[in-house]
Design a protein around this ligand. Structure first.
Ligand code: 2PG
Ligand code: MG
Length: 432
């Protein structure tokens, strides 16, 4: 780990290639591969969201009838032609310059012209190539000797919302393990809770397979029933609810809330922002909930702020759709008191440089941060490296099945092992 003796091969970009690969929903996505003059290579695959914020970088899709219009031939061609031409001869080790060039080349505020999917794949591939040229894993390339924080994982047990055909209104019913002493132990405990939840579902005749992120398909009569079952699963697995294993929710309220009205199809309720907030507060009293993401819709920052102040110090309030990994929006919402942590999804921003700027904005505001996957994923494990390399204390990847999820958990296990005694597990310190 002595930086001085690392030999770096030539990091000049020699070639950029785009190819079409497939994501975890069986949809086309973009992979970028960059080759450097010194022979090092880097590769990355763009993920894709289903419950997307209005302000996100936009993926370029072919339209038409093939693959439901989700083809990425145009985005792939953009990598192979325009982007390749613009980046050849540039230094892959200068991430800032690479990303600046990509942003300027695209020229739109939301990366719609070349495609957010094309741009984020290239941005991440450049980072991998630069790390490979130094012979370092990406986390170490990014963070150097300072990188030793291993994040607290946030792991889905039941899917819902846009990831499960609207079967429940709430999107993610997750667990965190504030009582665990290491990442590995947090996974051990989560595996037991996941198993217990599956056994309970089976006993009650509710087992229907899994949703998009690998959590059980939510065969419940209402949102609160899922919370009750999750609490029972924690207890059945033998953990102290709240202390050892707690609940985290991603409400993804933009999916059912518009202009201050929250329409819960499952619970057959139509509530205003305050009344919906009251429902959430009751859930917090009844269940060991320590984190809530997007409790209110992206068009309701006032409701968001109101809720944040109501639960201050008890529950971490995470902004996802509300801030879409934008430094500017995070600064704005922090000023308004809407949320106290930001989800960091690189493809919402479109480049690594912008995602890092969003993280810096969260830190400047005194907010927490969670590096997050998307509901459409692949074997790409870049985000595990970003979390550690950037020193982020929380990590959200989806559930505890399906290899596109397990690839990231497993990569984090390897990083924790590589750090050995130097690893510092963030644990419960990241929570209020
Ligand atoms: C979210 C993510 C991941 P999607 O809302 O936080 O659960 O979902 O990738 O569909 O936006
Ligand atoms: Mg979300």
């Amino acid at each position: 780990m002595e930086e001085g003796i690392v030999e770096v091969s030539d990091t000049t970009i020699a070639a950029v290639k785009g190819r079409r690969v497939w994501d975890s929903r069986g949809r086309p996505t973009v992979e970028a591969e960059i080759e450097l003059a010194g022979g090092a290579r880097g590769r990355a695959i763009s993920p894709a969201g289903a419950s997307m914020g209005a302000g996100e970088a936009v993926d370029r899709r072919d339209g038409g009838s093939a693959f439901g219009g989700l083809g990425v031939t145009l985005a792939m061609n953009a990598v192979n032609s325009e982007i390749a031409g613009a980046l050849r001869g540039r230094d892959a080790a200068d991430q800032h310059a690479i990303d600046k060039r990509l942003i300027a080349l695209d020229g739109t505020p939301n990366k719609a012209r070349l495609g957010g999917n094309a741009i984020i794949a290239v941005s991440m591939a450049a980072a991998h190539a630069a790390a490979a040229a130094r012979g370092l894993p990406l986390w170490q390339h990014l963070g150097g000797d300072a990188a030793k924080t291993i994040p607290l994982p946030e792991i889905q047990i039941f899917g819902g919302g846009a990831h499960a055909g609207g079967r429940l209104d709430v999107q993610d019913f997750m667990v965190i393990c504030p009582g665990a002493r290491s990442f590995a132990q947090a996974l051990d405990w989560t595996a037991e809770v996941y198993r217990a939840a599956g056994a309970l579902m089976k006993d009650e005749g509710r087992l229907r397979g899994v949703a998009d992120e690998g959590g059980y398909w939510p065969e419940f009569d209402g949102n609160e029933q899922a919370l009750a079952m999750l609490l029972r699963a924690i207890e059945r697995a033998g953990y102290a609810p709240g202390e050892q294993v707690a609940i985290s929710l991603d409400i993804a309220a933009s999916q059912f809330g518009k202009r201050g009205r929250y329409r819960l199809a499952r619970d057959r309720r139509d509530l205003d922002s305050d009344a919906w907030g009251e429902v959430l507060l009751r859930w917090i009293e009844r269940y060991p909930i320590r984190m809530i993401e997007d409790p209110m819709a992206e068009d309701d920052p006032e409701g968001f702020a109101h809720f944040t102040s109501a639960v201050k110090g008890r529950v971490q309030v995470v902004a996802d759709d509300l801030v879409v990994t934008s430094a500017q929006r995070i600064a704005d919402m922090a000023r308004r008191g809407a949320g106290d942590a930001a989800l960091i999804k690189p493809n919402q921003a479109g480049t690594l440089t912008e995602a890092k700027a969003a993280l810096d904005a969260a830190r400047d505001a005194g907010w927490g941060a969670i590096v997050s996957a998307r509901s459409g994923e692949s074997e790409d494990v870049t985000i595990a490296h970003l979390a550690v390399g950037w020193g982020v204390g929380q990590f959200k990847v989806g559930s505890f099945t399906r290899s596109e999820r397990m690839a990231k958990w497993n990569e984090m296990l390897r990083i924790e092992e590589a750090l050995g005694a130097r690893a510092k597990f963030a644990g419960k310190n990241v929570l209020p």
